[in-house]
Design a binder for this molecule. Structure first.
Ligand code: PEP
Ligand code: MN
Length: 337
């Protein structure tokens, strides 16, 4: 349920609304827009429905969220959410570039790539320590040693770190080393994992499943917010279609649709979306033009030796060239980098 307060509601009245909601055993989520304060009321619908919310002084309107997703719905906040990852803000005027290798392979590899992408304009480092691979014979990641290297790379570059969580049992150790949890495409509907990361203090980047609809993605995000974690980034990374030339089909339709449907920031991963390094920059530019709040682009200093996803990685200099052009597109659509 959404409470919109009157434009002239006082701070005391807003506090009173919040206190009342808590007294009833419900949870208030307060969002401050330019003109009004919006208070989302979280709790069992049958309990909320019987409370006389409209009778509380300072309340202008009370509206149910009719969508199947409630907490992620745009109307729940009526303003864009800002999500912080280690001091970097997503969802504001600046488009954030996230980059790094697909997998953390060694100290030398990671520090070299992290330094290069930072120099080129990346503001967040991403690397996989626990890797979801289609084949059990493929490189599975360095595990905890990889996490330690990510923390070293953060120390060396100052870039906050995103890394993938595949199993609920790894949350505690990942929380010790990372600034943001990635839930990958293959785990988008791993509901036990979604609930677990929903209880974490860390923000979560949730990637769209390869055969998930936009609504499925929003419902999965709802699981995370429902546990109390509102710091969620949604990531479009391409879906499976009948097309076989490209690895996936990057669904840029999802960007404006998600921006309308949810208050959460929207990131685009053109790397997995197209899967061919020579076409990644074009799709990165298109994603920013479509309104993405961030990009996630894989870079490797020696793609032919990469232990995963070498065919889609940009070289650091290609990445630098892409960032320059991304900056120009961001400015053309009223954003900055
Ligand atoms: C990745 O980001 O390296 C990855 C494995 O992505 P996805 O889950 O989108 O396939
Ligand atoms: Mn990858």
């Amino acid at each position: 349920m959404i409470i919109v307060t009157r434009a002239d509601a006082t701070e005391d009245q807003i506090q009173h609304i919040v206190d009342r909601i808590k007294e009833w055993g419900l949870r208030p989520e307060v969002s401050r827009g330019a003109l009004r304060v919006v208070i989302g009321v979280v709790g069992p619908e049958e309990v909320i429905r019987e409370k006389p919310l409209a009778a509380i002084p300072g309340v202008e309107s009370v509206t149910p969220v009719l969508k199947p997703y409630k907490l992620v719905a745009h109307e729940f906040r009526q303003t864009a959410s800002l999500v912080e990852v280690g001091g970097v803000t997503f969802g504001g005027p600046r488009v954030v570039v996230i980059s790094g290798p697909c997998s953390v392979e060694s100290r030398e590899q990671l520090i070299a790539i992290a330094s290069e992408v930072k120099k080129a304009g990346a503001r967040v480092l991403r690397g996989g320590a626990f890797k979801p691979r289609t084949s059990p014979y493929a490189f599975q990641g360095l595990g905890v040693d990889g996490l330690k290297l990510l923390a070293e790379a953060r120390e060396a570059t100052g870039l906050p770190v995103i890394t993938e969580i595949m199993d609920t049992k790894d949350l505690e150790v990942i929380e010790q080393y990372a600034d943001c949890l990635q839930v990958g495409a293959r785990n988008m509907q791993n509901f036990a994992l979604l609930k677990e990361v929903g209880r974490s203090k860390l923000p979560v980047m949730l990637k769209r499943g390869m055969s998930a609809t936009i609504k499925d993605l929003l419902m999965s995000a709802e699981y995370i917010l429902n546990e109390g974690n509102f710091n969620v980034l949604l990531c479009e990374r391409g879906i499976r279609t009948f097309e076989t030339y490209t690895r996936n089909t990057l669904d840029l339709n999802a960007v404006p649709v998600l921006k309308r449907e949810t208050h959460l920031p929207v990131i685009v991963d053109p790397t997995h979306g197209i899967g061919l390094h020579e076409h990644v920059p074009a799709m990165a530019l298109a994603a920013v033009a479509a309104g993405a709040d961030g990009l996630m682009v894989e870079v490797h200093n020696s793609p032919e030796l990469a232990k995963s996803d070498g065919e889609q990685a940009l070289l650091p200099e290609e990445f630098g060239d892409m960032v320059k052009r991304v900056r120009a597109v961001a400015e053309a659509v009223g954003r900055q980098l």
